[in-house]
Design a protein around this ligand. Structure first.
Ligand SMILES: Cc1ncc(C[n+]2csc(CCOP(=O)(O)OP(=O)(O)O)c2C)c(N)n1
Ligand SMILES: [Mg+2]
Length: 1046
């Protein structure tokens, strides 16, 4: 005991601090034991004796709360007797109560304070660990060791104490201990605890730091009478369970060999979800955005979303592509039935309507999580749902995926961030205790598959999936929690998978024992029917009536499915009406600013002068409040910016970007930029948010562009350090409303591969698979300036590799044909619409401004990948004049179509339409242009022309050919700074050859390459080597001799 006594003074303080805060005891040291990870496969652990053991000081209070040290209690009592102020107020209350009441209460003679205190520890042990004893596994295979601290003997109680009455005080907490029944027998106390914590629901909530939240839950858990649903309610629940069960049976009999990833073994999910949605609607929810994996998806679509059953059946029969009333139908490449999204207005039990959207998802488990959350947040923005109670995100998970996929944490981690929160997501885990063929013991290191959510202080309700009413109860509780506390909550339905991973799989290869039990296990429906029949609530005839009704509707819908013809294509919806699909010709408007316009909306324009819009916007974004004290360097930056606007010269990258944002805001669009450190900018160039150096207050000039600007209309936000989660979030956000410019910026372009799934599965292919557009912009810093292999390349080649364009209509969309030139006539061109995304490597601030504005100024949306610059941010030559931003005839950039983004920038040497004396035409992209131009000047190589391909994808065939014609005798060179196996070379090469061939100009070998040789790493780690390589490549581009192929 010496360890304890020596530390007892410190411990007392710790106890005071600990108890003064909310209860959180998850870090209590436990006896070392093999992790109990699952239910059916967990080995028994030997019972550990409650022997006090050395504990680090920092954890001493926790060891007390384990109840392992009765000495500690004596110590506490002695301390209180010596000085009541030396213990926490709650213990002070306890001792006072005990001394005042227990001693005088009849029938409890002989009870010591120690006994009373141990009783409290027992109650607390149930609150913390009761779930370990809950009957969660429908298969009864769980072999979890009941923790010692749930055993009364652990506290010195024996059989003889069961009917003794104990004083337990009227505690300050809610729930069981707050009832005005301070005297109870040990037996009744234990019964209450068992009933509350060890039935079909296991509650995990004692890790939550907030006392109010814990008390709210304790009230619900401990003091609610055993659940009782009215007969009417039970009939509704039964009806829903019959639908859920029969739906799967029906599919199984009609399509015996089809994969459907059925819900058998987890059928109670459907009534549970429906009850949850009903309850959420009662509590004010109007929109629910759902993301879910394969398991049970069809059942959810049919029974929860009410997607017409005939349509589901028709799709099952493989005839889901027929539509009427549409010409020029775009169906994309489509996707398998268990990935498709949908939306539906659903009437609720309480007589309301709720809008449900199921987001389409790829096969990649959990990848849809951040997308759903981002979409939910956007819904909240557009419906002015400032308290976030009207739109709710619901995510469903498998047990294996929830525990294993990192994006789960990356999404949870966004949940409380001011610019990402949605006021709580409800998570549902369909925990069938297996992942494909993998047992939990091989699939996770934690006890529960939901443990990751504890890091977020989310309550977790584990429920036995065979107990229908318990499932309904926790689903309702989850809705109530979310609408009360606006944070995440998890429902873990512990169930089983009746068949294999899919219906064709043989589960007994790998889980023979589990499946022996499953084979003889009654369905949840059989169990619930029996319960209702036994209790006399419902008759056999009534059950038969429901069963027959459901069977006959299913048959009817099946018959109708044979002639089912979709009468409306599921194309862009809601805010997207009027937007064009890839085969409908659409206009791209000019992106230059009109010289004058609706100035009245500009806050800075209340005087009578009418200067150019671009100048007024420019002033708004460079003016700081008079008393604001920025850092002196930032002050200088802003002075320089003001100068740029005033003189109209030398506009840099950051100002061009701010002008694009500001002008879009003036036009009424929402602009949102998020990513790591985007407020300042990784390279200290943006300074979108300024910090007063004295007060620490912040000021964001772009929040003050128009009068009474909505706080969120311009959002720039540093994000959590996650690529997958944050890019997914922004993608979901961008899909809600087309009138928003949503941008995600990577810290360096390299890091975007942490979000590769979002690029591959959603951004590059979502439109084609699921008919959903997005105009999301990804800014990926890229450029070789000697920073080494990890900070040079954004992996441009990857974005070009998954780029494609298809010609004509959808029937030829899969032609990724770099050898055929599509229609390039400006009035007929659909090249961008038909490609999956745009990839640009822009070299001037003005062109950056226009490419951002172009995203909004057209009748379709298309993702934009920007290789964004690093050293061009401050490059002396990388500047534009303000006249390049407007749409004024005679100003640079204005051509016969007006001012627009330039897909290709021709040589700057004022060449005529035919320059026969030019011996070499160098095509390049990005910042290497400036180095080539400088070298050309140094070499006085006037006979070399340099053109910049600003838009790599889709390839500007028309403009490339225009330049080829201009220089009929020139050797054609592609120059890049990336190694040959990277960068744009392999993308450009066939396209440039095609463009040349169409002009009758040479063979493939006529496209010469200048750049780094192939390499494994993206760049050298040695600055000197980099400099030499860079020097050599620009010199080679200027060499007198012709360049050898390739
Ligand atoms: C990211 C990813 N990795 C692997 C797979 C292949 N896969 C499909 S389902 C599955 C098992 C999922 O188990 P669980 O999450 O428990 O869901 P269940 O199928 O049991 O409902 C696996 C590994 C996948 N779809 N996505
Ligand atoms: Mg599973």
């Amino acid at each position: 005991m010496a360890w304890f006594r020596a530390a007892s003074g410190v411990a007392r303080h710790a106890v005071r601090r600990h108890l003064a805060r909310a209860p959180h005891h998850v870090s209590r040291p436990r006896p070392v034991m093999p992790p109990a990870r699952g239910f059916h496969s967990t080995a028994l652990r030997p019972k550990a004796a409650p022997v006090p053991r050395p504990v680090p000081l920092s954890r001493l209070t926790d060891s007390f709360l384990d109840g392992t040290s009765s000495v500690y209690l004596e110590e506490l009592q002695r301390a209180w007797e010596a000085d009541p102020n030396s213990v926490d107020e709650s213990w002070d209350n306890f001792f006072r109560n005990f001394v005042g009441q227990a001693a005088t209460s009849p029938g409890i003679s002989g009870q010591t304070i120690q006994e009373s205190m141990r009783l409290l520890l027992l109650v607390r042990a149930y609150q913390v660990n009761g779930h370990m004893k809950a009957k969660l596994d429908p298969l009864g295979l769980e072999e979890r060791e009941v923790p010692d601290d749930l055993d009364p003997a652990f506290y010195g109680f024996t059989e003889a104490d069961l009917d003794r009455e104990f004083f337990i005080g009227v505690w300050r907490m809610s729930g069981f201990l707050s009832e005005n029944r301070p005297v109870q027998t040990l037996r009744s106390i234990l019964n209450r605890l068992e009933q509350a914590y060890c039935g079909s629901v296991g509650y995990e909530y004692m890790h939550i730091a907030d006392r109010e939240q814990c008390n709210w839950l304790r009230d619900k858990i401990e003091t609610v009478n055993p659940r009782s649903y009215t007969r009417e309610r039970q009939e509704v629940i039964l009806d829903r369970l019959i639908w859920s069960t029969q739906f799967e049976n029906f599919l199984a009999t009609k399509w015996v060999t089809a994969k459907r990833f059925g819900l058998e073994g987890a059928e109670t999910l459907i009534p549970g979800m429906k009850e949850m949605f009903d309850r959420a609607a009662d509590l004010g929810v109007e929109n629910i955005v759902v993301g879910m994996p394969h398991r049970g998806r069809l059942n959810v679509l049919g029974n929860v979303f009410r997607k017409p059953l005939r349509q589901i059946f028709s799709e099952f029969s493989g005839s889901g592509n027929k539509t009427i009333d549409e010409d020029g139908l775009y169906t994309g490449t489509g996707d398998v039935k268990y990935h498709l999204g949908t939306s539906y207005d659903r009437p609720t039990r309480g007589g309301k309507r709720i809008h449900l959207s199921l987001v389409a998802n790829p096969s990649h488990l959990e990848a849809v999580d951040p997308v759903v959350v981002g979409k939910t947040r956007a819904k909240q923005y557009y419906s002015n749902d400032t308290d976030r109670t009207k739109s709710l995100g619901v995510l469903m998970h498998g047990d294996g995926s929830f525990a294993g996929q990192g994006v789960v944490y990356e999404t949870l981690h966004l949940s409380a961030l001011p610019n990402y929160t949605t006021g709580g997501t409800i998570h549902i885990v369909v925990n069938n205790q297996v992942a494909f063929t993998t047992d939990p013991k091989a699939g996770r290191s934690s006890q529960y598959c939901t443990d990751v959510a504890k890091a977020l202080n989310a309550p977790i309700f584990h429920v036995n999936g065979d107990d229908m009413e318990a499932v309904v109860h926790v689903f309702e509780l989850a809705s109530e929690w979310r609408q009360t506390f606006h944070t995440d909550v998890v429902v873990d339905i512990v169930c089983y998978r009746r068949f294999g991973h899919n219906e064709m799989d043989e589960p007994s290869f790998t889980q023979p024992k589990m499946y022996q039990v499953i084979r003889n296990h009654p369905s949840a429906l059989q169990i619930y029917q029996k319960k209702l029949l036994d209790s006399g609530c419902i008759t056999k005839e009534e059950i038969d009536r429901i069963q027959n009704k459901v069977t006959s509707i299913l048959n009817e819908e099946f018959n109708n499915s044979k002639d089912y013809v979709a009468n409306r294509r599921d194309w862009l919806s809601a805010y997207w009406s009027g937007f064009k699909s890839p085969e409908q010709i659409s206009r791209i408007r000019n992106t230059g600013l009109p010289p004058y316009g609706s100035l009245y909306i500009l806050y800075a324009c209340l005087d009578s002068v009418k200067p150019e819009i671009v100048k007024r916007v420019g002033e708004a974004i460079t003016t700081l409040p008079p008393n604001f004290k920025p850092h002196k360097v930032v002050k200088r930056v802003f002075d320089e910016r003001a100068q740029m606007i005033q003189t109209g010269e030398g506009v840099d990258w950051a100002v061009a970007e701010a002008l694009a944002f500001a002008t879009l805001l003036v036009e009424g669009n929402h602009v949102r930029l998020s990513g790591q450190d985007v407020e300042r900018g990784t390279f200290s160039h943006r300074h979108a948010v300024l910090h007063d150096q004295e007060t620490g207050e912040i000021y964001c000039p772009l929040d003050h562009v128009i009068m009474n600007q909505n706080e969120e209309m311009f959002t720039v936000s540093n994000s959590s350090l996650s690529e997958f989660g944050v890019l997914g979030f922004e993608l979901g956000y961008s899909m809600e409303n087309p009138n928003s410019l949503v941008l995600w910026e990577a810290q360096f372009g390299d890091f975007a591969n942490g979000a590769q799934v979002i690029f591959d599965q959603f951004l590059s292919s979502g439109e084609s698979k699921w008919l959903r557009q997005t105009g999301l912009v990804c800014l990926l810093p890229h450029g070789y300036d000697g920073q080494g292999p990890e900070h040079s390349s954004a992996r441009l080649e990857r974005y070009l590799q998954v780029s494609w364009w298809g010609r004509g209509n959808m029937r030829r969309m899969s032609d990724d044909n770099s050898y055929v030139i599509p229609e390039m006539d400006p009035t007929l061109r659909k090249q961008i619409q038909e490609c999956n995304w745009q990839v640009v490597n822009v070299t001037t601030p003005a062109n950056y401004f226009h490419v951002l504005r172009r995203q909004i100024h057209r009748e379709f949306r298309k993702p934009l990948i920007v290789m964004s610059p690093k050293n061009l941010l401050r490059h002396a030559k990388c500047k534009s004049n303000l006249s390049e931003f407007d749409d004024v005839q005679g100003h640079p950039g204005f051509d016969k179509q007006g001012t627009r983004f330039k897909r290709l920038i021709k040589d700057q040497n004022d060449h005529s339409d035919l320059e026969e004396g030019i011996r070499r035409l160098i095509l390049c992209s990005g910042k290497v242009y400036y180095e080539l131009d400088e070298e050309r000047k140094a070499a006085d190589a006037k006979d070399i022309a340099i053109c910049r391909v600003e838009q790599l994808c889709p390839f500007p065939y028309d403009l490339a050919q225009r330049e080829l014609k201009r220089y009929p005798n020139a050797e054609v060179v592609w120059c890049q700074e990336e190694p040959m196996n990277m960068g744009a070379y392999t993308y450009i090469f066939p396209r440039l050859s095609t463009a040349m061939k169409a002009l009758g100009r040479g063979s493939m070998e006529e496209v010469k390459y200048v750049g780094r040789p192939p390499s494994a790493a993206t760049a050298t780690g040695f600055l000197k080597v980099h400099q030499q390589e860079q020097r050599e490549l620009v010199q080679k581009a200027m060499q007198r001799d012709s360049i050898k192929f390739p």
